[in-house]
Structure formats: structure tokens, C-alpha cells
Write a protein that binds this ligand. Sequence first.
Ligand code: HSE
Length: 352
Amino acid sequence: LRLILVGYGNVGKSFHNLLDQKREMLRRVHGLTPKVVAVVDKGGAAIDPRGLRYDAVSRVKHRSGTVSAMPGAGRSGAKASDIIGDVDSEAMVELTPSNLRDGEPGMTHIIEAMRSGKHVITANKGPLALALPALDELALHNGVRLLFSGTVGGGTPFISLIRRSMRGNEVVSLRGILNGTTNFVLSSMERNRSTLEDALSDAKRLGYAEADSSLDVNGLDAAAKLAILTNVTFGRKITVSDVAVEGIGSIDQGAILRASERKTPIRLVAEASPEVMGVAPREVSADDPLCVYGPLNAMCLAMEGGWQVSVVGKGAGGLETAQAVLRDLVELRESLSSPGQAPGSPVESLYG
Ligand code: HSE
């Protein structure tokens, strides 16, 4: 399976490294022999139809700041659009930073890849939070898969749990802690009495925060993830602008400590049900599955019939998100080898 890797930051490098480390297991267990035939970053691209290895590409990236300095394979100034259209491959993995204003540059990369008949795997929240219904339709139209389990929950399989493991079960409502940075900040303010600013700079240093960390603090990152989950869970065609958002920027430390003493710590809760669609700071009971600490995420599904399903796991970090991208790759490989799922044949829509 030949891959074009677009975006070579924290997640992109971790994913490439993971592919090389897990090469033998992927072949033996999943019959998967992925080959990275092009890597694209802001400075250009490296292309090699025989496959690019992580050690070589990351060394060049570290030394020169761009993969395009790779001897023999480098194409300085090459644009992602040219590479996506021109380099032969079955799939593109899109891992550029999320942009919640217009989804770019990921939006264009994803559209171009699907139009040129390539399957897409992405952990980029922007395009999906802004246009998942339209992108799903484009994938269907072009007979390609659009896989995005790394967009919500980091490495914790929220999306694949709902899409794969709970088919036939009806979810009535969902609640989640969908942003690792704000959960880390609220936990530090509560347990270590840190200020918001200090806790946020720790979250940045640890690689949890967005490049623009105001998206974490103002709740938009969680709202984007809630929009994606709502499409997946309920088949409701919504975007991030349909979500009511309140962040944690104006929370005062006294309120956090008082809530903690009452054993109802404050968390940034995302909620979707037929009546509610929003993200806001809320007190949650200490024995609620949503009451997680540090950069953890949690999702709690209320099922028809009154039972509940909860999942907890680390929701941010390059390696964790790269694991989700790898899962999507295994899923793509499996769907390509099942009848009716060959490239160009009709693919399953999110909306039934
Ligand atoms: N900034 C995000 C978070 C990264 O803190 O959850 C993972 O999407």
C-alpha cells in the first residue's frame, strides 16, 4: 500500500516512525506492507517510489528544517497539490495542523486526494469539523474511504468504537471530555493550585496544546470534536458552528477549589443529545466516568434501554494520535481486501 504523507510535524514523524518500527508485525498479522512514497512539508517534498525510511527523512528534517533537502529525493518548493495529483499511491495521510477557520491547508489536500481517487486517512480536525457531510459525499462519489479516528480522543478509539463496535446499538446521548489540554489545566489548578497560565505553558511543553492554544482554552477544539462525534454517532449533518461553546478562560481558581471540596470537580464537558449540543465548564460528580485527571479524555454514551458505555484514555500527544492513524491504515487494508470494497467501488456513508 503506497502512501503520501502530508505534514511532518509531531504526529507525522511519530506515524512514520511507528510504521517502520511495526513493519514486521504489520506484515505478519495484517498482511500490510505500507510504503511511504512521498513526504510533504512546508518547504517541499521528498519522493522515492521505492519507499522513504523514517531514519533518513527525520534526520534531514531535523538538520535542514525541511524534508525537501533529502539528497536525490528532495524537491524544494514542491507543493502538496502537485505531489498529491502526480505521485502514484493508493492513499494520502493528511497530518497538517488543524485550522478551524477554513480548514486549510488540510481541506484542499483532502479534496484533491479524493478527487484523484486516493483514500484519505487524517487526524486533522479542521476540515471534518467544518465540512464532514460534504467530505463524506465526496468520498462516496469517488469511491474512496475517508478515515479519521485520530481526530477525536487521540489514540483512544472513540470514533471506531461507535462506528465499528456498536453497530446495531442505539446511542441516545453522549457526554465527553474531549480536550486533553483543558483537562490537564483544570486538574493542575485543582490539585497543584497552579495558575491557568502556568498550567497552560506546561501543557504546551508536553505537546498537548494546539499550535494556537487559544483554541483549547476557548473550547473550540472540544466543539470541533463534538461536531465530528455527533455526525458519526447520530448521523446528524452538523458542523462546529452548530455547537454552543463556552471555554475555561474566565474560570477562577476559588470556584475550582470549592467545587473540588464538594466532590464535584469542574470539567470542560461536551454534550450532544436531541436537545443539547454544547461545550461548557460543568461540575461533575467525583464518581462520574467523566471525572478524569491530567490530559485524559473520556466519553460516556447513554444507550437506549438505560445502560451506559464509557471509555477513558489519553486524548492528546503525537505518539497516541499516530497510533490512531495506524489503526485506520489497518482498517483501510482490511476493507481493500474484502469483496465490494476495492478502490473505486461504492463505500459506506456515515449517514446510512
Ligand atoms: N489540543 C488537543 C487537546 C490535541 O488538547 O486535546 C488533541 O486533539
